[in-house]
Design a binder for this molecule. Structure first.
Ligand code: SF4
Length: 98
């Protein structure tokens, strides 16, 4: 299961070329094939309004990740495969502490 920390809308990363990524953890290593999907016009702030990137394209990417967790890349599996404390509700924390 993936619990994307980027779903909070606060972790976006913008590259030097103006491409928005959901977070700064996605690797630039070509062999991991994680960042290339954001190297296109729909994530480029010089070609697409920032609001559209975040509220449409990035939201769709995160929604797809959550509904198809098996599609997650190695970085997402490493960083977001466990529930982060800030995503847990107080009841979950109480249940886990018992
Ligand atoms: S590692 Fe993946 S799921 Fe986690 S915040 Fe970054 S893009 Fe989102």
């Amino acid at each position: 299961m993936i619990y994307p920390k980027c779903a909070n809308g606060k972790d976006q990363f913008i590259t030097a070329t103006g491409h928005v990524r959901p977070c700064c953890w996605l690797s630039d290593r070509p062999e991991r094939n994680e960042y290339q999907q954001f190297e296109c016009d729909k994530f480029d702030i010089t070609k697409t309004p920032y609001d559209e990137i975040v509220n449409v394209h990035l939201k769709n990417w995160i929604d797809n990740l959550m509904s198809n967790p098996e599609s997650a890349g190695p970085t997402c599996k490493t960083h977001c495969s466990a529930i982060a404390d800030n995503l847990k509700n107080p009841l979950t924390k109480v249940i886990e502490s018992v």
